[in-house]
Design a protein around this ligand. Structure first.
Ligand code: GRF
Length: 194
């Protein structure tokens, strides 16, 4: 029998990557022990409920890094989480949390890092910048998370074409489809190696 590593997914938005991770879970080397979100309106919440997953909405009052880290760590420890998977989570991960999960926190970014990453490079902004620069290719990057935005070691990328006439939405859709293929596979590989 394949061992199954408990992971936590962090999501702030629509949750399509969370859904892709759910869809791949059966028979993989991971299982989603819980969803953590910082937004009560996050689309991922409904998906977690439907799948019968544990859910934790972060306390908005815990604004300091220290309090936030303590809250997150207590939930992760209670669920015996071994790997943290960021899927459209917009808050910065506190450095103490990074230190507690060395090379055990991963993120997916909708461009080919190290280009088009860093503060402010999220959502539509990323695809707008790629198109404006006249790039011919883009695509998702899965990387380890360190203390800064989008600077951790790259684990995997998929190249996606930028097509003449693309606008940020059409490019975002194409990249997102590639994310759904790439992310669960990489999380599975990472968990298989533990
Ligand atoms: C994705 O584009 C991902 O690359 C980025 O945030 C977006 C999340 O989308 N980090 P979704 O909430 O998974 O649909």
């Amino acid at each position: 029998m394949i061992k199954s590593v408990p992971i936590a997914v962090f999501a702030s938005g629509g949750g399509s990557n969370f859904q892709a991770l759910l869809d791949f879970e059966n028979g993989s080397s991971y299982h989603i022990a819980l969803l953590i979100t910082d937004r009560e309106q996050a689309g991922a919440i409904e998906k977690a409920r439907k799948a019968g997953k544990c859910l934790h909405v972060l306390e908005p009052k815990n604004k300091s890094d220290q309090k936030m880290t303590a809250e997150i760590l207590s939930v992760l420890e209670a669920c015996e989480v071994k790997v943290v998977v960021l899927a459209g989570y917009l808050k910065k991960i506190p450095s103490d949390l990074v230190a507690r999960y060395p090379r055990r926190i991963v993120n997916i970014h909708p461009a080919l890092l190290p280009s088009y990453g860093g503060k402010g490079m999220y959502g539509r902004n990323v695809h707008e910048a790629v198109i404006q620069a006249g790039e011919k290719i883009s695509g998702p990057t899965v990387h380890y998370v360190d203390e800064n935005y989008d600077t951790g070691e790259v684990i995997a990328q998929t190249v996606v074409p930028v097509i003449d006439g693309d606008d940020p939405d059409s490019l975002a859709d194409r990249v997102l489809q590639a994310e759904h293929q790439l992310y669960p596979t990489i999380v599975h590989q990472l968990c298989s190696s533990l």
